[in-house]
Write a protein that binds this ligand. Sequence first.
Ligand SMILES: C[S@@+](CC[C@H](N)C(=O)[O-])C[C@H]1O[C@@H](n2cnc3c(N)ncnc32)[C@H](O)[C@@H]1O
Length: 259
Amino acid sequence: MPGRGPKKRGRGGDPAEHLRSLTELLPTEAAADSEAWLPAPLDPAVLFSQPAAIELEVGCGKGLFLASAAEAQPKRNYLGVELAPGYAELTAARCAARGLPNAQVISGDATLLIRSLLADHCVQAVHVYFPDPWWKARHRKRRVLCQPFFQQAARILASDGTVHVWTDVEEYFLEAMDAAAATGLFQPPRSVPEPAAENDFDYRTHFERRTRLAEKPVWRAELDRTDLSPPHRQPITPYERIRLQTAAAKTGHPGRPTE
Ligand SMILES: C[S@@+](CC[C@H](N)C(=O)[O-])C[C@H]1O[C@@H](n2cnc3c(N)ncnc32)[C@H](O)[C@@H]1O
């Protein structure tokens, strides 16, 4: 693939085979610079070798959940999306080391991927574990879990799909549950009992391990879709396009050719 640096090999395979950048998944065509742009939708099934239900993890961090779930459920496909490029690479390396053809990672902004690129009804589950709480008031708008997120999560979910939310921040958890309820697109949340953890790999994610070893509480919920219709995909703004073009210029990924 153009622009990719030297390939690092894990024990089981090539990390580059598990890693895509968001910019390489955007179509090469674009609207005029001043216009909002609605790219052709992406069916994430094209990223996997087997046809199977896809589960999406937002902010997969170092990839403990993505790799463990893909290993435990080889007949399902797991797609992680991670904003920090170094963590996206770590997750891809973990998937390669374990030889997991059913695990893929996208390096980029999950909000943009979900809101503007992924096709309707293309995933069976959306997992969000320990999203950044962004404590400062001026950073609050960066919180991933908000009403527009739940609207778009409902759009990409299958009609019997589920959103999984775990966090150690009670206030963010309650805010997120209110945001989901306000959409009308999810049933009331089911709480999830704390699973037993006897060794390091029994935790779902690195942050769950860290929180529980510090003996702090974790809030967990699953939200199933209702049958109301969600809103349409939202376009990429001109400002976001400039950011994406800058990222594409850095990585050398021109985008996916349009059909
Ligand atoms: C607190 S960490 C939790 C990581 C992992 N889920 C866990 O539980 O160990 C939050 C992660 O979400 C990622 N993140 C934050 N905003 C994001 C976004 N808009 N798109 C994708 N990843 C994001 C961060 O880079 C970070 O790796």
